[in-house]
Design a protein around this ligand. Structure first.
Ligand SMILES: Cc1cc2nc3c(=O)[nH]c(=O)nc-3n(C[C@H](O)[C@H](O)[C@H](O)COP(=O)(O)O)c2cc1C
Length: 403
């Protein structure tokens, strides 16, 4: 049987039945460094259809479903081995050959790895199933697991996600909110994180607006130079003015880059910190719920509870650290804004010189007035955006520190 036939035979029309489970259930397992199961919660055993004794000591692929692309597990291991957490939609096989879907949140522990799984229900889940089906077809045509992993990342970019991290935090956030079981003591923290995300994206909008302003006036120094050439002696001063303007605007543009450089920009760093902070806090709530459920089990083992509790605390601390980071990055932004606003004043001086020249050339229809009006517009808009940006950065600093 070739792989294409296999896809058809494992499609929705086959004899396998989907096992559905209620949203409050969290299926937890832990493994050692090699992926051998060292702990399986009662709910995981129940849905998977295995007895605890059958899972303990078994490799985790015991629940592997053939519909899962190899590239996804390649990504799982690559990320976990790099010491980073991740989420993935996973289709698992039950002992009797049925299947169930989960969104798995996986992280590393001192001795191995932990996974807590919730029921997925969002549009992104439906979209992801289609991507997996395509990935599986491409694997059948010869993609290696590594190539398949890279293909998946490329697919995510085509879907508008900047990277795997952005996709996984979006997935967990969407499923978590859809599940609608936020822990009462974390409601305020989650609300603050959402506010921070909105503030950061507003700030990104303001910086984009400033950037577009730079784009629009980029040609003006050249226009001034052309004008200077056309007016010969009468426009000599315009050539110098143009050079000054160009140099000062370029310097300002460089400073703006410190705010939104895709790798090192303050806004980018704050955005990934807020996404990671929220993902970590959401994971910590899931492990906390799992811990409560395990404590109620008849055969509950103290060491398992301790492992889950320690893990939950570690995640909460990590989340808090990310927010402190946001707060401290936020502090640096008003300084950058102040320094940019000072430079706008400098540009204003150059623009004034233009005005003086324009006055001297009253009788010549030079087009200089149009240039001055566009520069004026750019200065006013940039100044307004910088003032707003600075205000929002201060709010970020306060909110980040308040959690
Ligand atoms: C903490 C943890 C949880 C895992 N959970 C699952 C799971 O639920 N289903 C699954 O198929 N693989 C899971 N895996 C991955 C398996 O170890 C394995 O890589 C995967 O089933 C693919 O097996 P294969 O490489 O032999 O094809 C998990 C791994 C870890 C570290």
């Amino acid at each position: 049987m070739n792989a294409m036939t296999k896809i058809a035979s494992t499609g929705t029309d086959n004899a396998e039945t989907e096992v559905r489970f209620p949203a409050e259930k969290i299926l937890v397992s832990a493994t050692d460094q090699r992926g051998v199961i060292t702990f399986a919660s009662e709910s995981f055993c129940e849905i998977a259809g295995f007895g605890q004794e059958e899972l303990m000591g078994a490799p985790h692929k015991i629940v592997r479903h053939p519909d899962m692309p190899k590239g996804i597990f390649y990504l799982v291991w690559e990320t976990l081995k790099a010491g980073l957490p991740l989420c993935a939609y996973v289709k698992n096989r039950t002992k009797n050959g049925d299947y169930y879907w989960v969104l798995a949140v996986m992280t590393h522990t001192e001795n191995g790895y932990l996974s807590s799984r919730i029921k997925p229900e969002t549009e992104l889940f439906e979209k992801t199933k289609k991507l997996y089906a395509e990935l599986l077809r491409e694997e059948a045509n010869g993609l290696t697991p590594e190539q398949s992993a890279n293909r998946f990342k490329a697919m995510l970019q085509e879907e508008g996600f900047a990277n795997l991290d952005a996709y996984t935090s979006y997935a967990l956030n969407a499923e978590f909110k859809n599940r609608d079981r936020m822990s009462a003591d974390l409601v305020n923290s989650f609300a603050t994180m959402d506010e921070l995300e909105t503030l950061i994206s507003d700030m990104q909008g303001l910086v984009n607006n400033i950037e577009q302003g730079f784009e629009r006036v980029r040609g003006e120094p050249v226009n001034l130079r052309i004008l200077a050439g056309r007016l010969e002696g009468a426009g000599a001063a315009l050539g110098t003015i143009s050079q000054n303007y160009d140099a000062m605007a370029k310097e300002m543009h460089g400073l703006v880059g410190r705010l939104h450089d895709p790798e090192t920009g303050a806004l980018q760093q704050m955005h990934s910190a807020v996404l990671q902070g929220r993902t970590t806090l959401q994971s910590s709530q899931l492990f906390s719920e799992a811990c409560e459920a395990v404590q109620k089990q008849e055969n509950c083992i103290d060491d398992d509870v301790r492992m889950l509790q320690e893990h939950r605390e570690k995640l909460q601390n990590k989340s808090r650290a990310r927010l402190i980071e946001i707060s401290s990055i936020g502090k640096s932004i008003p300084d950058i804004c102040r320094s940019l606003r000072r430079r706008i004043n400098g540009l204003d001086v150059v623009k004034l010189l233009c005005k003086v020249e324009s006055g001297r050339m009253r009788d010549v229809d030079s087009g200089l007035d149009g240039i001055i009006a566009r520069l004026e517009n750019f200065h006013d808009n940039t100044d307004r955006c910088l003032a707003e940006l600075s205000g929002k950065a201060s709010q970020v600093t306060q909110k980040g520190a308040s959690i």
